[in-house]
Design a protein around this ligand. Sequence first.
Ligand code: ACM
Length: 376
Amino acid sequence: MQGRQRPGNEPWRIGVLFARNGCTSEVERTQLFGTLLAVEEINAAGGVNGREIVPIVYEPGSASMSYVYLARKLMVEDGVTSIFGCYTSASRKAIMPVVERFNGLLWYPTPYEGFEASPNVIYTGAAPNQTIVKLCSYLMRVYGPRFFLIGSDYVYPRQTNRFLREYLVSQGGSVAAEHYVDIHAPRRDFEPIVRAIRNSGADVIFSTVVGQGTSHLYQAYADAGLDPKRIPIASLTTTEAEINAMGCDVGEAHITAACYFESIQGSTNASFVSRFKKRYGEQAAPNVCAETAYFQIYLFAQALEKAGTLDTDVLRPYVLGSSIDAPQGRVSISETGHADLWTRIGRANRAGGFDLVVESQGPVLADPFFLCGPVE
Ligand code: ACM
C-alpha cells in the first residue's frame, strides 16, 4: 500500500533529512533552505492537485548512522516514500539499503563521485563528467599540469580522485601527492599538509575536503602565505556557503566547478535569488546545493501531479525523462536517474561570490559511468 495511504485531500507527506548540526551542517542547511522554499512556493500556489506538500523534517546531525535510523523511521513509521536528503556520499550509501528495501525514492541533491545507479535514487547533483573534465583542462591551461590532491577520508574524495587521476594523466598531467584527513580533522591537522603543498612544486591544489575542514584548509593555506592567484585550490564542493564561513578574503581567487553559482545571469536566477534572500535574509547566498535541492522539489511536484500517487513504481517513470527550467538553466533527468546539468567554473571574488570563467553552452549529459568518455 506504499504511497497510496492518503485518499481525498490529505497532504502529500515527504521526508527531509539535512543536518543542522555537525560537521557538514553549514552546507546541509542550504539544502534544507532550498527544499523548504520550493515546498512553500508550491503550497502557496495551491499544492499538487490541490493537496499540500507536508515535509517531515528530521535532524540527522551529520552522522551517517542517524540518516539510516531516520530514513527507516520515515519509511516505516511515517509511511513516507520520497526522501529528500543527504549531503555526503557516506550518508547516501548508508541509507540506500533502507530506501531500496522499502522501495522508496531518495532525491539526492549533491555533487558526487559517480559510478552508481539505483532505481531508488534520483541523483540531481553533478557526476564527475559534468565538472572534472572542463575543470581539469581549465586548470592545466591556466595554472599548469601538476596537481596536489587533498581530501576528507571517505568515499566521495577517494573515488573522485581516482577519476581525476586517470583523466589528468590521460591528458598529460600528473599528481604530485595525494593526502586524506579525517572528516572531523581540526585545524592543526592541515598545517603539515600545507607544508607538503609548499614543498611539492604543484601548480594546482585539488581539494575534496568537505564540511568544516574546508575552512581549516583554506585558512591554513592563507596563513602559510600561499598565493591562490598563482596556485589556487580547486574544488567541486567549496560553494558560496563555505567561502562565507572561511572569510571572503581567505576564499578570494580560489576556483570551484559547479552547475550553479549565485552570480549566474538571467531572470530565472535573479528571481530565485531574490525569493531566497527574502525568505532567509539578505546575507543568505544560495549555492549549488540550495539550488539543486530547490529544483528537485519542483521536478518531484511535476511528476507527482501526473502520477497522482507517491507510489514509487508509479511516480518514478514520470520523473525519468522529465525536464524543468531551474535557476541554473534547463535540466533533465535521464534514464539512469541522473540529471543533465550545466557545467560552470567560477573564481571566488572578494565579496564572497564567484566570477564565472567557463560556462557550457547548455546542459551536459550525465554520464555517471563515463561511458561516453570526455566531452568538453
Ligand atoms: C559528497 O560526499 N558527495 C560531497
